[in-house]
Write a protein that binds this ligand. Structure first.
Ligand code: HMG
Ligand code: MG
Length: 302
């Protein structure tokens, strides 16, 4: 297999990790946690989401969180932005990167953002155009790339179409979401085989949820295909509220452990990351699914 010497980890825990949780983490705790994540060497943190707070109450304090964190030089602080109203709030919060999102499958798009794919694209185009005008970098997410909770199979040509449309409206990078954690390494290779004929590997990121325990294997398959950017969530927190059964993202701590062992540099200090994982675990009041956290707990590590 072919492996790179470096990989970029994009921490989505403060957004994807918390958005599906019933427990509201206090704003001051979110801020303290994000500051710990910044200190761990992560260079990209998705801090919150400027969606309708009625839909995602766990992140209703996005503006206060983004305003309250200590900005570390060299770290990109990103957030989800669904529309112009979200963009106004994101600009007020001085977010560095604006991330728009939609689905490859029509039904998930409708359930998640209350619009058809066709209705969504012009809205995202305005957000990306105005985000760029305001000096922001931009990211696009496509959900349900490997399977949809409502439609099951998603045609790769539909993924290609939506990817092309998102690059056409001006996004800098595209994150491919296995929203419900159904992908396997062969499927990842098949999908990437098609996409990499149209888009360069350094414009793509992979976003695996670990619902069925295949996320790490999917990372290895993606690395072998030349992908070097991965979204993950500390402790394995996470899920999409509009994708029944979706569980957490691949755990950042497990990912860093594996990449470290493979000699693939991430710039992240695993010990500092673990402190941040234990901090949020304490605030959540429940054990988080990451393997590395469990090993550390059994060993009685501090
Ligand atoms: P809507 O409710 O359909 O919107 O929202 P609307 O445009 O008809 O407006 C209705 C009300 O919402 C109005 O208020 C608006 O002002 C308000 P009212 O007049 O009733 O008082 N509103 C807003 N308020 C604050 N901020 C905003 C905003 N927009 C409208 N930005 C919208 C459309 C997309 C906003 C809504 O459907 C929504 O918030 N959905 C949440 C979707 C979401 O956050 N899903 C989870 C994230 S995606 C994900 O997890 C997948 C990913 O991780 C990748 C993967 O795993 O595949 C990225
Ligand atoms: Mg997700």
């Amino acid at each position: 297999m072919n492996f790179p010497t470096k990989a970029m980890i994009k921490e989505v825990g403060p957004r994807d990790g918390l958005q599906n949780e019933n427990r509201f983490i206090k704003t001051e705790d979110k801020i303290a946690w994000i500051n710990q994540l910044s200190d761990s060497g992560l260079s990209y943190i998705e801090v919150s989401s400027f969606v309708n707070p009625k839909w995602i109450p766990a992140l209703a304090d996005a503006l206060d969180v983004a305003k309250g964190i200590t900005r570390r030089e060299g770290v990109t602080y990103a957030a989800l932005v669904p529309n112009q109203k979200g963009l106004e709030r994101a600009l007020e919060a001085k977010i560095d990167e604006v991330s728009v999102f939609m689905s490859a499958s029509e039904t998930h798009n409708q359930k998640n953002i209350n619009k058809s794919i066709e209705e969504t694209l012009p809205i995202l185009k305005d957000v990306v155009t105005d985000g760029i005008k305001a000096g922001k970098t931009t990211r696009g997410y496509i959900s349900t790339v490997f399977g949809c909770p409502y439609e099951n199979v998603v045609d790769v040509e539909q993924v290609v179409r939506v990817s092309e449309q998102l690059f056409e409206i001006g996004i800098d990078e595209l994150s491919l979401g296995d929203t419900i954690g159904v992908a396997n390494p062969s499927q990842v290779q098949d999908v990437l085989d098609v996409l990499l004929k149209r888009f360069p590997a350094d414009k793509l990121a992979m976003h695996f949820h670990d619902t069925r325990g295949t996320a790490m294997a999917n990372i290895v398959a993606s690395l072998d295909m030349g992908i070097t950017t991965f979204d993950s969530s500390i402790g394995g927190l996470g899920g999409c509220p509009y994708a029944p059964g979706a569980s957490g993202n691949l755990a950042t701590d497990d990912l860093v452990y594996m990449l470290d062992g493979m000699g693939i540099t991430t710039g992240v200090d695993l010990e500092k990351l673990m402190s941040a994982a234990r901090f949020i675990e304490g605030k959540m009041g429940k054990s988080l699914p990451s393997h590395h956290l469990q090993v550390a707990a059994e060993k009685g590590c501090s």
